[in-house]
Design a protein around this ligand. Structure first.
Ligand SMILES: [Zn+2]
Length: 184
């Protein structure tokens, strides 16, 4: 099995996410935090916004700017990170500024921050590890592809912009996808 160091730092509401049989996991969804730091992403994640379950928006894994990998939600829990695909997927968030702090401004839809080499290396290691642990995973997807909803821009309500563009145009998708396609 691929060795990868994962630091456990579960959200306090981890136990309130519904449990699942890990055999139903067939997809990995890639995200970026659209925050400058992991600490800020965690702060947003802590805000309990779903009344029914008292949980927040969270993915399972977070990759910091230095390439360190954290587990925020257990694999056998259904986290809330992508509309419509949570039950079957594992979410990976990569720290990247994205459109922060004006996510929904029409003139701010082309984030400039590049992903760090350490982050991409960590991501490939994590993908390899997940594929080894959950052989049923066949799909690798980006949040931007799975959620194409639009909203009026905050600075110009005549213009519709994407709610989710992550992991975004700076993410080396073809490189990562090529690696994934060659995993046994
Ligand atoms: Zn996302």
């Amino acid at each position: 099995m691929a060795e990868v160091k994962i630091i456990n730092n579960l959200f306090s509401y981890n136990d309130r996410f519904k449990m699942r049989d890990c055999k139903q996991i067939n997809m990995i969804v890639l995200h970026s935090t659209e925050t400058p730091t992991l600490e800020l992403a965690r702060e947003y994640g802590k805000q309990e916004i779903y009344e029914e379950s008292s949980t927040g928006n969270a993915a399972h894994y977070y990759i910091n700017l230095d390439g360190k990998i954290y587990r925020y939600v257990e694999d056998n829990r259904i986290a809330f990170h992508v509309v419509g695909y949570n039950e079957q997927s594992i979410g990976i968030e990569i720290v990247n500024k994205g459109r922060y702090p004006h996510w929904f401004y029409n003139n701010n839809q082309f984030p400039a921050e590049e992903f760090k080499k350490e982050q991409i290396i960590a991501l490939l290691n994590l993908l390899k590890n997940l594929k080894a642990r959950f052989p049923g995973i066949s799909r690798l997807e980006r949040h931007s592809v799975l959620d194409q909803r639009t909203i009026p821009a905050e600075d110009n309500s005549d213009v519709l912009i994407r709610r989710r563009i992550d992991p975004g145009p700076q993410f080396p998708w073809e490189y990562v996808q090529n690696f994934w396609n060659h995993l046994a």
